[in-house]
Design a protein around this ligand. Structure first.
Ligand SMILES: C[S@@+](CC[C@H](N)C(=O)[O-])C[C@H]1O[C@@H](n2cnc3c(N)ncnc32)[C@H](O)[C@@H]1O
Length: 217
């Protein structure tokens, strides 16, 4: 299966499963603890949130930001996010992040549980998109699953792109991209692209803060 087909199936999974998405946040205490870390992160100014989903992070970001622009491809999750986020400083945008380019620059670009869904071959371009969306002095802040989280997934073996199988309540199955980044390798990869980065583990997750390469002149 090529990456385009895998990404289409990943999108279909989140659209069909929107109503089930919040369940782990309600059931898993460590996710509630993870949400609280927003208060310790350097979230400032105008914030761009990539793949905002049902808005679990959005209002927490809004509480610390001047404005939040939250982007996701799935209308179904955006409906839930809008209902959850009653803030005049938050704007939602429906767009495919593999095609969308930010028309504005932001002080903070935040993404939770999105990096692991970006195919490795598309990572350099993804990081360029993030860099282009940052204002001078801005930072990318990202949170995701570390390697330990693989134990909770049906990892698909022998795939050209790391992938996992997800199931919805109706029995339907979807393949998604799932890359369990290791903090050391991710740090090295980002450093090689010219970013300054610090990544720390938190339970089975990691939290990264990164500044893009500065352009000369
Ligand atoms: C694991 S969820 C993360 C949601 C939210 N950030 C959170 O942490 O709860 C991944 C999100 O990516 C969105 N998504 C999938 N493919 C996308 C694409 N091509 N462009 C934009 N968003 C996409 C899905 O709709 C879903 O909301």
């Amino acid at each position: 299966m090529d990456d385009d087909a895998l990404l289409a199936e990943q999108m279909a999974y989140y659209r069909a499963g929107a109503a089930e998405y919040d369940r782990p946040y309600a059931e898993r205490e460590e996710l509630q603890e993870l949400l609280a870390v927003v208060d310790d992160l350097p979230i400032v100014g105008n914030v761009l949130e990539l793949a905002c989903g049902t808005g679990q992070w959005t209002s927490r970001l809004a509480a610390r930001a001047q404005s939040v622009t939250a982007v996701d491809v799935a209308a179904e999750v955006l409906t839930l996010a809008r209902a959850r986020t009653a803030s005049p400083t938050v704007q939602f945008v429906e767009a495919d992040l593999f095609e969308w380019k930010s028309p504005e620059r932001y002080d903070t670009v935040f993404f939770a549980f999105w990096l692991s869904h970006v195919p490795p071959t598309r990572l350099p371009e993804f990081w360029n998109t993030v860099a282009d969306a940052l204002a001078p002095g801005g930072k990318a802040i990202f949170i995701d699953d570390g390697p330990a989280a693989a134990a909770n997934e049906e990892v698909l073996v022998n795939q050209p792109t790391p992938a996992a199988l997800r199931r919805l309540d109706d029995g339907s199955q979807y393949r998604i991209v799932k890359v369990f980044h290791d903090a050391r390798t991710l740090t090295d990869d980002l450093t090689a692209l010219g970013w300054s980065v610090s990544i720390r583990p938190m339970a089975g997750n990691f939290i990264g803060i990164a500044e893009p390469p500065t352009t000369p002149g």
